[in-house]
Unconditional design. Structure first.
Length: 102
């Protein structure tokens, strides 16, 4: 008997599950990088889809792979800007550049 091929597995983090961080640990990890997000804020960002860091779930418990969390944190830091209008221009340019690569 032959079985149909299995669907492709979702991309995996390089870190093993034993190194994944809980929400409290992820909050401290981000705090060390200058991003203040309480565990409850991480939970809200996930549940509302409002652009929080990616996480994986083991059953119903969320975990944050450190490599994905670090990449997300790096993406939150903007280029230096001397005014709000320059920052807005840089954000627009980044969106246009991101759209052309995607």
């Amino acid at each position: 008997m032959t079985f149909p091929p299995l669907p492709a597995a979702p991309p995996q983090s390089a870190a093993p599950p034993s190194e994944w961080l809980t929400r409290a640990q992820a909050s401290a990890f981000l705090e060390a990088r200058g991003i203040h997000m309480k565990p409850t804020t991480l939970a809200r960002a996930y549940s509302t889809g409002s652009g929080g860091p990616p996480c994986r779930h083991v059953r119903n418990k969320p975990y944050y792979p450190p490599d994905l969390l670090a990449a997300w944190a790096d993406d939150q830091i903007t280029a230096p800007a001397s005014s709000s209008s320059e920052r807005q221009r840089l954000r627009r340019e980044a969106r246009v550049q991101g759209a052309s690569h995607g």
